[in-house]
Write a protein that binds this ligand. Sequence first.
Ligand code: GDP
Length: 528
Amino acid sequence: MNFEKEISRRRTFGIISHPDAGKTTLTEKLLLFGGAIQEAGAVKSNKIKKSATSDFMEIERQRGISVATSVLAFIYKDKKINILDTPGHKDFAEDTFRTLTAVDSVIVVIDVAKGVEEQTEKLVEVCRMRNIPMIVFINKLDREGKDAFDLLDEVEQKLGLQVTPLSFPIGMGYDFKGIYNIYEKNINLFSGNSKQNIEETIAFDNIDSPELEKIIGEKAAISLRENLELVDGVYPPFEKEAYLNGKLQPVFFGSALNNFGVRELLDCFIEIAPAPRPKMAEERLVKANEKDFSGFVFKIHANMDPKHRDRLAFIKIVSGTFERNTPYLHVRNGKKLKFSSPNAFFAEKKEIVDISFPGDIVGLHDTGNFKIGDSLTNGEELHYKGIPSFSPEHFRYINNADPLKAKQLNKGIDQLMDEGVAQLFTLEMNNRKVIGTVGALQYEVIQYRLEHEYGAKCTYENLPVHKACWVEGNEKDEEFKEFKRVKQKFLARDKHNKLVFLADSQFSLQMTQQKYPNVKLHFTSEYE
Ligand code: GDP
């Protein structure tokens, strides 16, 4: 085994998009190229459908799918590619934010007709804050959509990116003829029924050659030449360094459903996308090629079978190798743990592995030792940064509905919060518990799971909170003391015992900021 080589051949990434832009379809086509699946339709969508709100079995079933598609790995041209699933549904946005801490790059899928949509904006913002390298794939070119240049403008303006197209469409919708690949200098003709075929391309490095007219017709040839000239004049040349630093985002066009433009995307991706990147721990920067193992938990999934209450903790390996039956330090609780059956993930199955490398994800069976954000190492005290909580959108008191089951309820709430299902805030004033979620759907999931997995019953009570802000202040400062006294009713502790201000309206938030300028209010739990 060559350790350095194993690292350099890994590409761990996530695909992000607004629901329906084509993430599942693109994932499936990528897997087809890797030979990881044999036919279209093999990848289940992890979409939580609207109807699920009233049907708990449906939620459970869909959670099952999301375990199955958590990590999809395949080999393509000797590269080991790990796709981490990122739910597009906004109620599960937190899950996606956390998964983004475990990817080394992302592909952003945009619908050519709809352009930049709400979820794309939010997710890209998180990637931008972390300088994650991004490639943009504009999908559904077989349909009528926005003008390519308008769309590129929109991507730049709404997403705050600096783009440069590496391919360019020839026509669109009814007139869609194909794609000119600027990166490889070839033309890919669209036949409209190449659904599963890996299509042929025509090498074409001199765009001024009259051959172009013969291939795509006169009108399309003239317009392509004009467009490419404009691309050349307006957009910066592609530079890998800039892409890797999150400063430049290459754009591809295609149609995932027709498997068109997908190979170009994948071929470019494996060439330019980063191998596992170094990761910042509180103590120091950790490089992938360090000999000692380290990794962190970015996702926890409860067992589908309520009779076995074990869970699967997903660990991203940052450095060194993770080996089966080897004791590792669970940094938060100081215990050494070893794992006899770590799971590795492939497109259609998971299996026990003896050794995994940086960039890989292993699934560890857990009986309640792990929380999201926990670090696991060979012995060094490392705490990985970068799993922030954001302010929830909904807030409700949670009440115990069965006095005999108080213990079960508390245990259940604790474990579900460790999994990251929602956030718990405990009011300073009276210790009442408040559950904050991104979407209303989670309340039903929590209630259902408390009952079925822990035998506890709960009721909820609305709490009119506009936003939760993490408070930073100096204990000795008079202003901070006054803030704490005056706002006592609105103060709570999060699960890490950090102080949180629950503002009941945008107005009161602004007033508070004005009145107590030295008390800093942060919108994420992680601040410098
Ligand atoms: P996701 O929600 O982002 O995972 O989107 P899906 O992959 O489930 O796609 C949403 C819908 O768009 C499905 O009906 C797909 O068949 C369709 N779709 C995906 N890619 C294309 C494409 O290139 N062209 C067209 N016309 N439809 C597409």
